[in-house]
Design a binder for this molecule. Structure first.
Ligand SMILES: Nc1nc2c(ncn2[C@@H]2O[C@H](COP(=O)(O)OP(=O)(O)OP(=O)(O)O)[C@@H](O)[C@H]2O)c(=O)[nH]1
Ligand SMILES: [Mg+2]
Length: 603
């Protein structure tokens, strides 16, 4: 059977997963049972909660006697390494662009990767139903982007189509009647060549992604370039240095609809999964002979952000989680590297901690959230940017950013970008909003999103994507406020908190158990402040006349995991347990912190 292999790539939220839903539905690949769920491929809990795709995933559908393998990819910049890798398993990519927003930072990033690989690119202008949609302008902007990225004449001559993914509608020309998604299916058939499928040659397959299954262990997902293979067969794995080792397949699978289905045999041209090779890694070559020529290695951009993970050693350790030892932590992190390819882990034996490196704050936050859901307790440090040394000079990751804010606050935003060492290179107004484009060190972006939300009262939208490593741009001023630190162990009471809230917003409510060194709020003035949230009359259970009415507590700021990671300073940790997110000083006692400060000053 003929096979066509495509990926869907775009900026976050431009409608990739929704479009795949429409295609799967139209071709009967989704059963009626699941028909009520949107974005069916976003099957992971956190994907559903965050409303974004995190992991690239495979599906397939049948149309006019052809099998079309589709890879859904994440649009959020932190998961960009997923995109880079899976593009190697396809011949063409549908580049989705929002008919109002036009190309955004991640559109540029993924298109750049796809062009580099020489993939055939088909442009899909989606969301043409939006009231402010401007499909023709956006098409022009997309052409400019191709040109800008150095596309060849042939690539510039891309085919395009318009869609309303949410309604399952595709049209070739803007005045065509809105019927269904079939024009897109035909468009794919016309523009994507059937996969080259030489089943007569020796077997060669390259894993582009890894999966893990409790029964069969590590699974390699990727494309068969040549030949055929069955389950329970000896194979040779050639690693990225060209060194071969022997292994054996246990089961082989293909993709049917959303399912990974066990197959008797897998064939060249298809995207498949292979189980049985416990140490298989992305980019290696699985072959049936030692003499096979390895497929070109897959290069993935290096991680840009690191955090320290360690056991929870706060006074509350072990109260809420099941897995609390360093050994638990180590085993869990090792398991993560089985399938989370963009992630790197180094153990620091001296401090019994782990340096976990990823592509962004959310990449790491998703892992931490997953661990707390599995009943782990741990502490994590402030994210720190990974530098590189180039010709003896320090280089740092630089990102492309776009921010859209109400015009009346744009002045403050511009100032904030400058303080964070960003360079603005384009500003334009769109309605009553200002769109600002800039480049900025990753360092400058830490905590920037929450700052923007505060400055714009929740109206600002910020996107950024890794671009390159560049010379270090100099110091950036940190958070201007201090922490309000609890000086004692006990239970916070309303009376004390009422007094403390004058000093700054609080993170805890009355009745919260606290410990020495725990951060319970923000101190408006620059320096840290040690306080006693237990002090005063215990009024919580009594309603004495008069005085009680004076207590009007502002609801505390609810620190989410993502918020806490953005918020903490270098000498602070986030304590993570299945039921709590607490902030704390690394050194619990004031004396110890003083001593440390003196040591640093003298150093
Ligand atoms: N108005 C309109 N909204 C759409 C259309 N297609 C998708 N959406 C909405 O856009 C939002 C994002 O859609 P997704 O399919 O999750 O986008 P995505 O590109 O997969 O996002 P990531 O995987 O996070 O990169 C959802 O709320 C969709 O309902 C469309 O054609 N018109
Ligand atoms: Mg998606």
């Amino acid at each position: 059977m003929e096979i066509r292999n495509i990926a869907i790539i775009a900026h976050v939220d431009h409608g990739k997963t929704t479009l795949i839903d429409a295609l799967l539905r139209a071709t009967g690949a989704i059963s009626t049972r699941t028909e009520t769920v949107d974005c069916i491929m976003d099957s992971n809990d956190q994907e559903r909660e965050r409303g974004i795709t995190i992991f690239a995933k495979n599906a397939s559908l049948r149309y006019k006697g052809t099998k079309i393998n589709i890879v859904d990819t994440p649009g959020h910049a932190d998961f960009g390494s997923e995109v880079e890798r899976v593009l190697r398993s396809v011949d063409a990519a549908l580049l989705l662009v929002d008919a109002f927003e036009g190309p955004m930072p991640q559109t540029r990033f993924v298109l750049g990767k796809a062009l580099e690989l020489g993939l055939k690119i088909l442009v899909v202008i989606n969301k043409i139903d939006k009231p402010m949609a401007r499909p023709d302008t956006v098409l022009g902007m997309t052409l400019d982007l191709f040109d800008n990225l150095g596309a060849t004449e042939e690539q510039l001559d891309f085919a395009y189509i318009y869609t309303i993914a949410r309604d399952g509608v595709a049209i070739r020309s803007l005045d065509d009647p809105h019927k269904d998604i079939t024009p897109l299916l035909d468009f794919i058939m016309e523009n994507v060549q059937p996969a080259v499928a030489d089943t007569g040659k020796g077997f060669r397959m390259q894993p582009a992604a890894l999966a893990y299954d409790n029964y069969v262990g590590r699974i390699a997902v990727g494309r068969v370039y040549e030949g055929r293979m069955k389950g329970n067969m000896p194979v040779v794995v050639i690693d990225n240095n060209g060194v071969p080792r022997t292994a054996k397949t246990t089961k082989v699978y293909t993709f049917e609809g959303l399912e990974r289905v066990e197959a008797k045999e897998i064939f060249a041209g298809d995207i498949v999964a292979i189980a049985g090779i416990p140490d298989i890694y992305v980019g290696e070559t699985i072959a049936d002979s030692e003499d096979a020529v390895p497929l070109p290695a897959i290069r993935v951009d290096p991680p840009t952000l690191a955090m320290t993970f360690l056991i929870n050693n706060s006074p509350f350790s072990g109260r809420e989680g099941k897995f609390v030892t360093s050994r638990h932590l180590q085993a869990r992190l090792l398991k993560e590297t089985e399938s989370n390819v963009g992630l790197k882990i180094e153990q620091d034996l001296a401090t019994d901690s782990f340096r976990v490196m990823g592509r962004g704050e959310m990449h790491l936050a998703v892992l931490i959230e997953q661990m707390r859901r599995e009943s782990y307790e741990l502490q994590v440090s402030r994210p720190e940017v990974i530098m590189q040394e180039v010709n003896g000079k320090q280089y740092e990751p630089i990102e492309r950013g776009v921010i859209s804010v109400p015009e009346d606050v744009s002045g403050r935003i511009i100032e904030a970008i400058n303080i964070r060492r960003g360079n603005i290179d384009n500003m334009k107004t769109a309605g009553d909003r200002m769109i600002i484009e800039f480049d900025i060190p990753t360092r400058g972006l830490l905590g920037f999103r929450s700052a923007v939300l505060i400055m714009t009262h929740g109206e600002g939208v910020l996107y950024h994507t890794f671009d390159h490593y560049g010379p270090h741009r100099g110091q950036i001023k940190q958070r201007m406020v201090g922490s309000m630190i609890c000086g004692f162990n006990g239970t916070a009471c309303a009376f004390a908190l009422n007094n403390l809230q004058e000093r700054g917003p609080l993170f805890i409510a009355p009745g919260t158990e606290v410990y020495e060194g725990m951060i319970i709020g923000e101190h408006n003035k620059g320096a840290d402040l040690v306080v006693n949230p237990m002090k005063g009359k215990q009024l919580t259970n009594m309603r004495a006349a008069g005085s009680d009415d004076a207590i009007k507590l502002t609801p505390p700021i609810d620190m989410t995991l993502d918020g806490a990671i953005e918020y903490i300073q270098e000498d602070e940790y986030v304590e993570v347990t299945p039921s709590s997110i607490r902030l704390r000083k690394i050194l619990a006692s004031k004396i110890d912190r003083k001593r440390q400060l003196r040591k640093e000053r003298n150093a």
